[in-house]
Design a protein around this ligand. Structure first.
Ligand SMILES: [Zn+2]
Length: 138
């Protein structure tokens, strides 16, 4: 098992006396943090999909996308790499728009006076208890 310890510890984790063989500094931490946050969104989305047994995009996906892309934008600006700067400079727009639309949709829900469950916009009856929902006059 010495060869395995050697492989995992000396070749992968603590390579050349550095964690993962990387020269760590402030900007490297920002870049890796952005990478991890950006990558985590796919696992969050996959988890939500497995849980609901249908493809869903949870709000956390958009928050992680936004946070990860802003961290990556900061890193790419620091590195002055036009390819990465362009990739992350405009990415925040759809993420932010999705968060705004999600918030508006959530606010348009009506709470059922019978059971208290939040009902989808434009529903006439509560899908949980069947109570008639108060008509919204605008
Ligand atoms: Zn109800």
């Amino acid at each position: 098992m010495d060869w395995l310890t050697n492989l995992v510890w000396h070749d992968l984790i603590w390579h050349n006396g550095k964690l993962l063989g990387i020269d760590w500094g402030f900007w490297k931490v920002i870049g890796w943090l952005g990478n991890l946050v950006f990558c985590a969104r796919f696992y969050i989305q996959w988890y939500a999909t497995e849980k609901k047994k249908r493809v869903v995009v949870p709000t956390a996906f958009w928050w992680l996308s936004l946070a990860g892309s802003l961290l990556m934008l900061a890193y790419s600006l620091h590195k002055r790499d036009s390819v990465f700067i362009f990739a992350y400079a405009v990415a925040w727009i759809p993420y932010t728009r999705n968060l705004i639309i999600h918030r508006r949709h959530k606010e348009a829900h009506t709470d059922c006076s019978g059971c208290g469950k939040s009902c989808p916009p434009q529903s006439n009856f509560c899908p949980n208890c069947g109570a008639r929902l108060a008509a919204i006059t605008s």
